[in-house]
Design a protein around this ligand. Structure first.
Ligand code: ATP
Length: 349
């Protein structure tokens, strides 16, 4: 089922929660709505579901306007961050619930329900837990059961609101890979809300970056990460160093050094450099930025060096463990920094 979002706006009192949102979602796509807290992700998801009404605009399902369609007619399945399973029902009964409450004419037979529930439990790889109660499951298992329950009624669209938000990092990582595989099997048009950029980039076919009720950028994970459309997207998608400078003939001066900004117009500029896109050396080259290491943090597989750069605040440099050991870097020593890849924004150009 394709979904077209046309000119959707929503206010709460004077507060604009969504400002003219336009978005086409292809049938079978897995889309991430990504943005900081309060940017309108959940509100948009609720409007698509029919749980909230927009002040203006339309939502089309497969080309058909849903405005007057009740949530129960939209054939959407939900999974929320805290999806309370029915505590007094077994896993099997939880998944069967949506089938059992159907009107008599469309209700499957008992043997059909049994077959279907086991099929779904196999899909989420938890058939062996069918007789347990929710309290006897881990958080990750509960969310997988919640997903099986959402899928039981054969929705045309699956909506997930921070489905793994309440789980610890390791389980989250497992579950997002698992969600991607599941989606590749089922191919259901799915939209999931997250504020975690890593999650969005890893799981989604396309990522929608929202900020203060409007869309900053829509694109594949590669597009939004490699060619961010705005400073906001750049900063939201990963750690970044900002250099406020002025571009003159393709160079931006920082202290005694300078950063190459080929093609950028002559104007005041903000230059963005990711910590892992900086080369570090003990040998001064013509253009490198001069600095002194003031702090070293071991983050596991990577190492972060904080370098005080002349004419600038501290700059974060990320090295692999290998490069860090090879270099033998110490706090207090003088170093020279050369950014490999930069993004230049010239607000006034
Ligand atoms: P989070 O990640 O924190 O859940 P979000 O991006 O999902 O954030 P929304 O829940 O969509 O954000 O809310 C968007 C904005 O609208 C927020 O500033 C919120 O305070 C406001 N808002 C949401 N629902 C209501 C409501 N019923 N009444 C008033 N304001 C609301």
């Amino acid at each position: 089922m394709s979904i077209d979002i046309r000119n959707i706006s929503k206010r709460f009192g004077n507060f604009v929660a969504l400002d003219n949102i336009n978005l086409d979602i292809a049938s079978g796509e897995l889309l991430a709505l990504l943005g900081p807290s309060g940017c309108g992700k959940t509100t948009l998801l609720r409007i698509i579901a029919g749980l909230e009404t927009a002040d203006a605009g339309q939502i089309l399902f497969h080309g058909e306007d849903t405005t007057d369609k009740h949530v129960s007619e939209r054939q959407v399945g939900f999974v929320f961050q805290h999806y309370a399973l029915f505590r007094h029902m077994t896993v099997f009964e939880n998944v069967a619930f949506g089938l059992r409450v159907r009107p008599k004419q469309t209700r499957p037979s008992e043997s059909e329900i049994k077959r279907k529930v086991h099929e779904l439990l196999e899909l989420v790889q938890l058939d062996w837990l069918a007789d347990r109660y929710p309290a006897q499951l881990s958080g990750g298992q509960r969310q997988r059961i919640a997903l099986a329950r959402a899928l039981a009624v054969e929705p045309k669209v699956l909506l997930l609101d921070e489905p793994f938000g309440a789980l610890d990092t390791k389980v989250r990582k497992e579950l997002r890979r698992w969600l991607r595989r599941l989606h590749d099997e089922v191919h259901l048009t799915s939209i999931f809300v997250t504020h975690d950029q890593e999650e969005a980039l890893e799981v989604a076919d396309r990522v929608v970056v929202l900020n203060k009720g409007h869309i900053e950028q829509v694109g594949t994970p590669e597009q939004v990460y490699d060619t961010p459309a705005s400073p906001f997207v750049y900063q939201f998608l990963g750690d970044v160093n900002l250099f406020h400078s002025r571009v003159h003939q393709g160079w931006a001066e920082v202290g005694k050094g300078r950063i190459a900004a080929p093609g950028a117009p002559d104007a005041p500029a903000i230059i963005y450099v990711r910590p892992h896109e900086i080369d570090l050396s003990r040998v001064a080259s013509g253009d490198a930025l001069h600095g002194e290491i003031n702090h070293i943090r071991i983050l596991g597989a990577t190492i972060r060096l904080e370098v005080d750069v002349e004419g600038h605040d501290a700059v974060e440099v990320e090295l692999s463990r290998e490069r860090y050991s090879e270099g033998g870097w110490q706090v207090g020593e003088t170093v020279f920094l050369t950014p490999r890849t930069v993004q230049v924004y010239t607000p006034q150009a």
